[in-house]
Design a protein around this ligand. Structure first.
Ligand code: GLC
Length: 721
């Protein structure tokens, strides 16, 4: 609850003049139609602005539209309370960056912050005050379309991504105001939906909540995230929008989160669909009790709260508490001082730099997984560029591309023709995303036969990913596989570029038949030049997978943090965990990725191999670039607790870092460790730190073959001086 002392005199004065309808208006967020992100509503936002029955709008942007809406609110409504505007600025606003699942593969906290800051600059100039981002739902099920929006399978990576994004979005502007409020979403365990089916129940244990799904939100709160959005789902039977224990209990009381809680789209009304509210009044009361301040696009608060108040199901104080938080947010954003702050400010001078960052983010997100016979960098003088994704200006932007326009994309065909100097690049689409084109395959095969090498760009269209895009067959569409088969049969070396927003199940022949294989993701406005930079060798690829790629849909979820079981997988023992019809390991593991340089690791050591429970130590390893080209190596630090009171994951990611090395150079990479880093939740979900051995693994991926191990012992001993 906000203490009365925290509410400024100005806010109190405004509230004192408000009618109940005007107070509830501040708790209502309505959509207005530049982009549709949920079922349209029956209302006309502009009428409701005049009547003071809406406090914020979403899905509208642009200087003129925002100014007019704000002018109506400020000049024509009775109290003139300014609106705030929200939008899903998830991976860029006009200069679009790689989808988050792709940018997470850069494993670069500074990049993640920079791209968020650029997004904020562009969004604010279009009149936006809050982005519904970062999305930090740990996801391990490739059937779930929203996996695209998060930072992959690991809680620590999503937590680091959350910190960087919140810092980037909320950085202070020239006047010292928070530039763009971040709204971390979707609290919580949305990524655990049953069968990867969007909106389905998420039946996870308390342990999994605390070990996997909550840590990224804790990190966002520690970075002072301005808002949080509960997930659509019910978690173990309790609908998140009404989850008083996790929202008022854990989030607000235990973690001290004092920002706004903004419901997801129509989610308050949908408590009736969940079967936990009989009418709008009950739905409104449940959400308000749980801590929801703003009802996005539902009729529950506007119609239900007055009835709930009459019934005594909510108190005026509870409503006032939410209204005070909303008005305090507007005051913090400077809207009472200047309702038009930032709208339309000229940011054109920085456009080139923002596009350059978009290209840099794309280069550092594209993952090279195979490079047989060092086919890359390309030396071919005639290249047949083939596939629907090579000329896909809208689709390369990916889902949730905000105000990004395909017209401003540089496609792969444009990028390669500009970037592969001296090479002739022919182009054949070959097929559409999900259907053949008359003569398309023949044209493509002819192009392949006439060229020295093929660059084949296939994958998902953007509408096959994101919200309400769950797939039972997360595979490359048949028409594109038919094209690939025919092109492979032409017998020229193929560089396969998968332009996707989730791991897809790939046929062995498609992977094995490619001389080189890259995961291009949907890499944003500058995807073309970024890919050209990699294919030409102008940029040495450094990205690593942030999510495992299952071999079959039936194998999902598969991830490095699984538990050992009582019969750990043993290929030589049929009585061990695994499958009869699929391998135990994923096709590609977390952390996989190569570049044009090659690195070795050596001299792994600990400053102290035994420490007491309050101590710290440092793990060190020497890394050498043993190739003739400069490059960047990514190193992961995992831990394994072999004996504990509860079962512990096979690997837990504790840190990651990148190191740039010139040819032949060696450097020391170090990781600081505290004994407390290895505490865990015991059988009662209480923090526990045991004496004993912790196995530490350092390496280039979660594959055992890529890891070196050293043991740290934690023992009783004198408290450090
Ligand atoms: C959508 C999404 C949410 C988004 C909101 C507003 O349904 O679940 O992520 O922020 O509505 O567009």
């Amino acid at each position: 609850m906000m203490s009365r002392a925290e509410v400024s005199a100005r806010v109190r004065a405004v509230m004192a003049r408000m009618t109940l309808a005007e107070k509830i208006g501040q708790l209502s967020m309505l959509a207005d139609g530049l982009v549709e992100t949920g079922p349209p509503g029956p209302h006309n936002p502009f009428t409701m602005i005049l009547e003071g029955r809406v406090g914020s709008l979403l899905n509208v942007w642009g200087r003129d539209l925002i100014r007019e809406a704000q002018r109506k609110a400020v000049e024509e409504s009775r109290l003139g309370v300014p609106l705030f505007f929200g939008l899903d600025v998830v991976h860029g606003h006009r200069s679009i960056h790689p989808v988050p699942l792709g940018e997470a593969c850069a494993f670069d906290r500074e990049l993640w912050e920079q791209t968020a800051r650029d997004s904020a600059i562009e969004a604010v100039s279009d009149g936006i005050h809050m982005t519904f981002a970062p999305m930090i739902d740990v996801a391990r099920d490739i059937r779930w379309g929203r996996i695209v929006e998060c930072a992959g399978e690991d809680p620590y990576v999503n937590a680091e991504f959350a910190r960087a994004r919140v810092r980037g979005y909320q950085a202070a502007d020239a006047e010292g105001f928070m530039r763009l409020a971040a709204c971390a979403k979707h609290f919580c365990a949305y990524g655990a939906v049953l069968a990867g089916r969007d909106y389905a129940e998420a039946d996870v244990s308390e342990r999994t909540l605390h070990e996997v799904y909550l840590p990224p939100f804790k990190a966002a709160v520690e970075e002072s995230v301005a808002a949080i959005m509960p997930a659509f789902v019910d978690v173990a039977g309790v609908a998140m929008t009404a989850h008083e224990k996790l929202m008022r209990g854990l989030l607000r009381t235990q973690w001290g989160f004092d920002g706004l809680i903004v419901s997801d789209y129509n989610a308050v009304s949908e408590l009736m669909n969940h079967g936990v509210a009989a009418d709008l009044a009950e739905a409104a009361a449940l959400a308000l009790h749980a801590g929801v301040d703003i009802d996005m696009m539902s009729e529950a608060f506007p119609q239900g709260l007055p009835v709930a108040l009459e019934r005594g199901a909510v108190s005026l104080e509870q409503i006032d508490d939410a209204v005070a938080r909303v008005l305090a947010f507007k005051e913090r954003m400077g809207l009472f001082d200047d309702p038009y702050r930032g709208i339309g400010v000229d940011i054109s001078a920085g456009r080139a730099a923002r596009r350059a960052l978009s290209r840099e983010a794309a280069r550092r997100s594209i993952v090279l997984l195979r490079n047989e016979d060092a086919m890359l960098p390309l030396r071919a003088k005639s290249i047949a560029l083939i596939g629907p994704m090579a000329d896909a200006p809208e689709d390369q932007l990916g889902a949730w591309a905000s105000a990004g326009a395909g017209a401003e994309s540089i496609t792969i065909v444009e990028g390669l023709r500009q970037g592969l100097a001296g090479a002739h690049v022919s182009f054949a689409r070959g097929c559409a995303f999900t259907a053949p084109i008359d003569g398309g395959v023949d044209d493509a095969v002819m192009g392949a036969r006439d060229a020295d090498a093929v660059v084949l760009c296939i994958g998902e269209d953007r509408l096959s990913t994101g919200e309400a895009a769950s797939r039972t067959k997360p595979e490359i569409p048949a028409a594109q596989l038919d094209l690939a088969r025919a092109v492979y049969a032409a017998g020229k070396p193929v560089v396969l570029v998968l332009c996707v927003s989730r791991p897809l199940v790939l046929p062995d022949w498609l992977v094995d038949g490619a001389r080189a294989l890259l995961i291009g993701w949907h890499a944003g406005s500058e995807m073309g030049p970024a890919l050209a930079d990699i294919l030409s060798g102008a940029f040495n690829p450094s990205a690593r997978l942030c999510v495992s790629w299952p071999t079959t849909t039936g194998q999902t979820p598969v991830f490095f943090g699984m538990r050992p079981t009582g019969r750990p997988h043993d290929p030589n023992n049929g009585w061990s965990t695994g499958f009869l019809d699929a391998p135990y390991a994923p096709r590609f593991s977390f952390g996989e990725g190569i570049g044009y340089a090659h690195f070795t690791r050596g001299n792994l050591r600990l400053d102290e191999a035994t420490i007491n429970r309050h101590a710290v130590t440092t793990l060190r390893v020497d890394v050498t670039n043993v190739s003739e080209v400069p490059g960047v190596e990514t190193l992961f630090l995992f831990a394994r607790d072999p004996v504990a009171q509860v079962t512990r994951p096979l690997l837990e990611l504790k840190d990651f870092t990148k190191v740039a090395l010139a040819p032949g150079k060696t450097t020391q990479v170090s990781f600081s460790l505290r004994a407390s880093d290895f505490s865990y939740l015991d059988s009662e979900l209480q923090p526990r730190l045991d004496n004993g051995v912790i196995r530490l693994f350092v390496g280039a991926s979660a594959r055992a073959s890529d890891l070196d191990c050293i043991e740290l012992t934690i023992a009783d001993g004198p408290r450090e001086a």
